[in-house]
Design a binder for this molecule. Structure first.
Ligand code: AVJ
Length: 351
């Protein structure tokens, strides 16, 4: 029987025989003992393809977006409450103080939010925008349909003047909305930008810039470079929730790919890379393990001491970030920060 599998990262689609596995389909002889592949639903195939790609790269890596399954999203909500994780709290403080002024500077607009999640930090903005208007439209965009539905219900309850038009999908799905809902304010909060590496960031901002009509606004939350000790604490919390968040990605491999990993022999590691101005987060293998990617019929050996990068979290320096965004046609309208200058919220306008 022939099946299809694909690696969406590189748009690769391969026809494959169940009995032979991917390499056999490409004419590569399979070593004996490689498990047979089994058919899997599309979401799992995406994950399997990404894991196969990243774990066969050097250094090994996994795309950060797979951290956010139901268990991972719940763990991230707990991270936001940790005493060491200053980001969410600091950004919320900035938004509370700045919301009325942001509203004044943009005028009445539709709010479109990328990666809205539970959207609790958006409340300050929704309050400001619904205060002096009969109705405001809010378009949250998120890959998790359950979180999206819950957020929409909560917001329509809490803010009768807000009309919620949620969109379940990846960021790309939101780009056409920017012309449709003009004038709009695009929200990209929480320093989610930090997850994108240099190449991904260029692709992202080019797409946003070309989708945004001239004159429309962008509100960007960005975490700033600071004392590495504070960063280290934020990503190595005493309660170990961030470690659970990292390990959940490997647990997800066990759940969805039948990977057969011993999670007690994988350690969370987060370190500051000063030259790259980013936190780098890994699962470090404490012993050699052989893992299966059952849907693809692949096996991979990872040796003791090897690192698998699960995410990066870039930190920014304000004038440089502003000039960088200017290269894509975004003009800074106003920068808002907290008294300690730990985090910044930038209001920008597309030229
Ligand atoms: C959601 C990407 C902003 O980088 O701080 C938190 C994710 N990872 N702790 C971040 C995260 C570990 C978070 N972002």
């Amino acid at each position: 029987m022939k099946t299809q599998w694909e690696i969406p990262e590189i748009g690769l689609k391969v026809a494959k025989r169940d009995s032979g596995g991917y390499l056999a389909a490409k004419g590569v002889a399979m070593p004996p003992g490689v498990p047979r592949s089994v058919p899997a639903p599309p979401g799992v195939r995406d994950f399997a393809g990404a894991v196969a790609l990243g774990l066969n790269d050097a250094p090994r890596w996994l795309p950060a977006r797979f951290l956010y399954d139901a268990a991972g999203s719940a763990l991230f909500e707990r991270i936001c409450e940790l005493p060491e994780y200053y980001l969410t709290r600091t950004e919320a403080g900035i938004l509370t103080r700045a919301a009325p002024e942001i509203r004044k500077l943009t005028g009445p607009v539709t709010l479109i939010e990328l990666g809205s999640g539970s959207a609790t930090k958006t409340d300050h903005l929704l309050r400001a925008y619904s205060e002096d208007a009969d109705s405001v439209r809010y378009v949250p965009v998120d890959v998790s349909s359950s979180i999206l539905r819950a957020a929409a219900e909560r917001i329509e309850d809490q803010f009768p003047g807000v009309k919620v038009d949620g969109l379940n999908g990846e960021y790309e799905a939101a780009f056409p909305l920017l012309a449709q809902y003009h004038p709009s304010l695009l929200l990209f909060l929480g320093s989610t930008l930090g997850n994108l590496n240099q190449a991904e960031s260029v692709v992202f901002w080019r797409r946003v810039a070309s989708a945004m009509p001239a004159g429309s606004h962008l509100l960007l939350g960005a975490d700033l470079v600071k004392d590495p000790a504070l960063l280290h604490a934020a990503y190595n919390d005493a309660a170990g929730v961030t470690a659970q968040f990292t390990l959940n990605l490997f647990a997800r491999m066990n759940r969805e790919l039948d990977a057969g990993l011993d999670l007690s022999r994988i350690a969370h590691e987060a370190r500051w890379n000063a030259e790259w101005q980013r936190m780098e987060i890994f699962g470090r293998f404490l012993s050699t393990q052989r893992l299966r990617i059952r849907p693809l019929g692949l096996e991979i050996t990872i040796r003791a001491g090897e690192h698998v990068m699960t995410e990066i979290s870039r930190k920014f320096v304000l004038p440089r970030l502003t000039t960088y965004l200017g290269c894509f046609g975004f003009r800074l309208v106003r920068a808002f920060t907290d008294p300690r200058q730990w985090f910044a919220v930038l209001l920008l306008q597309k030229e």
